[in-house]
Design a binder for this molecule. Sequence first.
Ligand code: 0PR
Length: 381
Amino acid sequence: MQDKGILPEEVIQTLWDYKKKDSTYQSGRILGSMCTAPHAVGLEAYCLFIESNLGDPGLFSGTQELENETITLLGELLGKKDIYGHIITGGTEANLMAIRAARNLQGIKDGEIIVPKSAHFSFEKAAEILCLNMKEAALDDNYKVDIVSVENLITDKTVAVVGIAGTTELGKIDPIPGLSDICIDNNVHLHVDAAFGGFSIPFLQDAGYDFPEFDFKIPGVSSITIDPHKMGLAPIPTGGILFREEKYLESMSIETPYLTEDSQSTVVGTRTGASTAATWALLKHLGRDGYREIAKGCMELTDFLAKGIIKSGFELVTEPELNIVAFKSSQISLEEIFTAMTEKGWLMSISAHPRAIRIILMPHLKKEHIEAFLADLKSLI
Ligand code: 0PR
């Protein structure tokens, strides 16, 4: 560090030089991200609460009220108004908290968790941190978890089973009602990872999409991850963890003797209230109608891209269920497609199971972006 400080204008100018190297959602080139440009109302709310620290909520009682209201609103969205939870940093922290609560309540030594083969890698982190063994359940032909495989993996050491409502790679929705039945029969915690699908499935159901139930309406579901910073359009970092009963939070409660609250259940101590304000603001501003139109728009673009991919001579590896399209070609390798399209400026990702080019149709993508993408893709064959 230099001794003499630099003028603010100079500091900001240099920051701009760095920022110019970043990709932007507005360019329409980011095709492999589950995040998107934050909505202006969420951004304003975020900035308004930039000082607020929910790690010491007695100092920020207004933000604390907002968090309680936000959790109730999210619970209402996911089938149960009287729920318990927190607004945290994202899906990773939410999944860690869910598995931690399940482990603490079950009190089993050398416990195990069962996750679908399609689960996000955050469960591997959770298992390692919590000293649990992670077992992977097989998928069916449609890349959803196979219930029989889960049932066969359950033992008296199982502390939690995970189902996914919107898988990371393909956007598939696991059969949560079936998982719920076996979790109730075996007295096991069922956690639903709806980090991606939580902010679209309920609204698409309103719009007439035929999706299975996945939330607290299903009796065996004990906890749900829902990320406002994905399809919720909140600025990052904004995640949500919801529990059916207060006992799950209590099982993780640590005494905090000198703070304005006596105990804390979150992993993070100092915790921004800005994420809470942004989520509350967007739920209020957009309402069910606003979120439904956003989710529908993404699905319409998904359909447009999927049809365009087939017309251009490529193959879908599976029928899209949410707003993710995965495709390949029988003529060109994935690496060749990836390299050629990257050279043309498209920022995509390659899924691992199954291997495919993976495009996530987030709200920052417009029809003209997808038309330009398809034109470039067609030129490869
Ligand atoms: N659960 C599911 C189903 C997810 O898809 C993700 C992240 C998580 C949990 C973890 O959430 P956090 O990353 O908020 O902790 N899914 C995306 C992925 O890994 C995250 C992402 C977002 C990756 C934007 C890249 C990117 O540009 O693909």
